[in-house]
Design a protein around this ligand. Structure first.
Ligand SMILES: Cc1cc2nc3c(=O)[nH]c(=O)nc-3n(C[C@H](O)[C@H](O)[C@H](O)COP(=O)(O)O)c2cc1C
Length: 378
């Protein structure tokens, strides 16, 4: 059989923007494939879920030198007045479109493993890796939102069982990407006969794999199979502990290194007073109906942020950015928070804004130069 097409030169990790050692703190953009973006608030914004707007955001991030575009995998909204995240672009096709619209930045899909068969996922990922010339990454999520998983039939699996399912899934995908022979697999969840998926991906050994689990099985899944763990950072202390735990597990148990990234939202204005005023307006506009639903289900099903009560206490953070921190302040104060993220041992951060295009422009002019001065970016 003729080996893959001419544009499929093998891209190794070292040629990827996301692993470029010159950028001490990697930067990405998060959650701009869902209605509401990263914030469940009614504060006015030009952000909209249209392809034209999506492409503009992605191209702006690339022009600023960002390394990654990461979508949220979402199949339904959270109700409330706004049905937050009720509309979303499907993420493999989103990544394929943005791969064609960009040249250097990495494009990710966020895949709920129970919603897509591993052979289909392996083929889709390889195809997007070819479209992008080896810039594709896959964020593997197990599916904590029960109502989403029930859309696909069957029963929501118990928490740890989801990771056992995910382990079989990713083992099949990795074998399809790498083995010479057709793949047979006889597991608890999958029985596969003589499966093949060609062409191979461009990246060697495979597209970058990410997972955001931090429960014991989530952490183990990341440590065993993934290149990057997305650390939930409800506070710097929490982010530091989670990042060091996953690195330790990868090293001690699997003799490998794993990178870490996290996420946050940014409200940056020229003065502290303006930033606080705008942040307060965003909090005043929160759709609590949607957030109460989100927090209730996540508190029971996700373990990254602690138990149900711990999650409930973080409800403002869930409204303002999927449970992560919100960095509020002047450009100098934002740089301090980003520097702190780096100091606690996290390699990169994907950001969200209330108004991506407008606020990215401000971030580009006011924050990027300070990040360079601080040695976090070159
Ligand atoms: C950066 C980041 C992105 C995530 N993206 C999604 C997503 O798009 N869809 C989703 O259902 N869960 C998403 N999650 C949830 C995680 O995959 C994970 O289930 C959650 O953090 C709970 O961890 P646990 O599964 O170890 O209990 C994300 C988490 C983080 C930290």
């Amino acid at each position: 059989m003729k080996r893959t097409s001419p544009d499929a030169q093998t891209a190794s990790r070292s040629s990827l923007a996301l692993f470029d050692p010159r950028q001490k703190l990697k930067l990405g953009l998060f959650s701009f494939n869902v209605s509401g973006g990263m914030m469940a608030t009614s504060v006015p914004t030009t952000y909209e879920l249209s392809w034209k707007h999506t492409r503009a955001i992605a191209q702006k991030a690339e022009a600023m030198g960002f390394e990654a575009l990461v979508p949220v995998g979402r199949w339904r909204g959270f109700g409330g007045e706004t049905n937050f995240a009720g509309e979303s672009f499907e993420t493999y096709t989103w990544a394929a479109g943005l791969a064609e619209a960009t040249e250097r930045i990495m494009v990710f899909a966020t895949s709920h493993v129970p919603t897509v068969h591993p052979i289909l996922a392996a083929k889709q990922a390889a195809t997007i890796d070819h479209i992008s010339g080896g810039r594709f990454g896959l964020n593997l999520v197990m599916g904590w939102f029960t109502a989403e998983m029930e859309m696909f039939g069957g029963k929501q699996k118990e928490h740890d069982e989801r990771y056992r399912f995910g382990s079989e899934w990713v083992e099949i995908v990795k074998r399809l990407w790498s083995e010479e022979e057709a793949v047979d697999f006889d597991g608890t969840f999958f029985q596969i006969k003589q499966a093949i998926a060609r062409p191979r991906p461009v990246q060697n050994p495979h597209p970058v794999l990410v997972n955001a689990g931090s429960s014991p099985p989530g952490l183990d899944f990341s440590a065993k199979y993934c290149d990057i763990n997305f650390v939930g950072m409800g506070s710097f202390e929490m982010g530091q502990a989670a990042a060091s735990a996953v690195r330790k597990r990868a090293r001690d148990v699997y003799q490998r290194d794993i990178s870490t990234m996290t996420y946050a939202t940014v409200v940056c204005r020229d003065t502290e007073a303006e930033a606080k005023r705008d942040y307060d307006a965003m909090v005043a506009g929160i759709d609590w109906g949607a957030i109460d639903n989100l927090v209730r289900v996540f508190g029971l099903e996700g373990q990254s942020y602690g138990d149900a009560e711990a999650v409930r206490q973080l409800r403002t953070q869930f409204a303002m950015g999927w449970g992560g921190m919100t960095f509020v302040g002047t450009p100098e104060q934002i740089v301090e928070k980003l520097a702190k993220t780096s100091e606690i041992g996290i390699g990169g951060i994907v950001l969200g804004f209330n108004d991506y295009v407008v606020e990215l422009d401000h971030f580009d002019r006011k924050v990027m130069p300070l990040l360079r001065q601080a040695g976090l970016r070159s």
